[in-house]
Design a binder for this molecule. Structure first.
Ligand code: MG
Length: 228
């Protein structure tokens, strides 16, 4: 495990930065670069998924489950966004899929330009599925699409009953919502049905999967929701 002590954004050890000229709007620039990423993924028939959620919600555990269940069917690469460490990248790397570590320093979300640089670290022609774990945060990623086909937001029942209502903007951008740690719902006095209803209120078309990422329970539901 490596711990980076830099403010810079670093991909597999190499610094990257986006130069903004005066008058350029970061959100607009991000949107345009996201579109380019999407076009590149479509050109090479790559399904790309952006996984968002707080630290500890279970994003990495779910990716471990997805990789194990899907690696026979798809050639997979994982981009692992993290402020400073390679802890998650090391966890996923052991399943024999390509992993690119993106350390964002102080940035609380991934951006499309960083993803486009990370794509240069893999041979996009040799993959079918790209899973991107965003930085653990439920607020910042909302306004920064990465050019993926689908966005997933993961919450866990240990985060309490108001995660969706308190972070509506992230949930509005999600195609699929995962409610993780279902085995702890009773202990935490969380009504999973209520969370599902709240999600549908914020985003009527959202698909919901209820999982236990440690045992793999509900992961098939997630795979179906992602149409994989
Ligand atoms: Mg993680």
């Amino acid at each position: 495990m490596n711990i980076l002590k830099k403010d810079k954004q670093v991909i597999n050890g190499n610094e990257v930065s986006l130069e903004l000229k005066p008058g350029m709007n970061i959100l607009q620039v991000n949107k345009e670069l996201a579109q380019k990423n999407l076009e590149l993924f479509q050109k090479h028939n790559v399904k790309a998924i952006d996984i968002m959620g707080s630290i500890g919600a279970g994003k990495t555990s779910l990716i471990e489950q997805l990789v194990q269940k899907l690696k026979q069917k798809y050639r997979i690469a994982v981009f692992k966004g993290d402020l400073t460490t390679t802890i998650d990248a090391d966890r996923i790397g052991k399943y024999g899929v390509q992993v690119v570590t993106i350390n964002t320093g102080r940035e609380c979300h991934l951006e499309a330009h960083v993803v486009s640089k990370a794509v240069e670290k893999i041979d996009v022609k040799t993959i079918d599925l790209l899973i991107i774990e965003n930085v653990g945060n439920l607020i910042c990623p909302a306004e920064f699409p990465l050019g993926t086909n689908k966005r997933v937001v993961v919450i866990s029942v240990t985060e309490g009953p108001y995660m969706i209502l308190k972070h509506p903007f992230t949930f509005m951008t999600a195609d699929v919502m995962v409610i993780n740690k279902r085995d702890l719902a009773q202990t935490m006095k969380i009504d999973i049905k209520q969370l599902e209803n709240q999600a549908k209120e914020v985003k009527p078309t959202v698909k919901v999967a209820v999982t236990n990422a440690l045992t793999g329970e509900g992961v098939e539901e997630l795979i179906n929701a992602l149409e994989l």
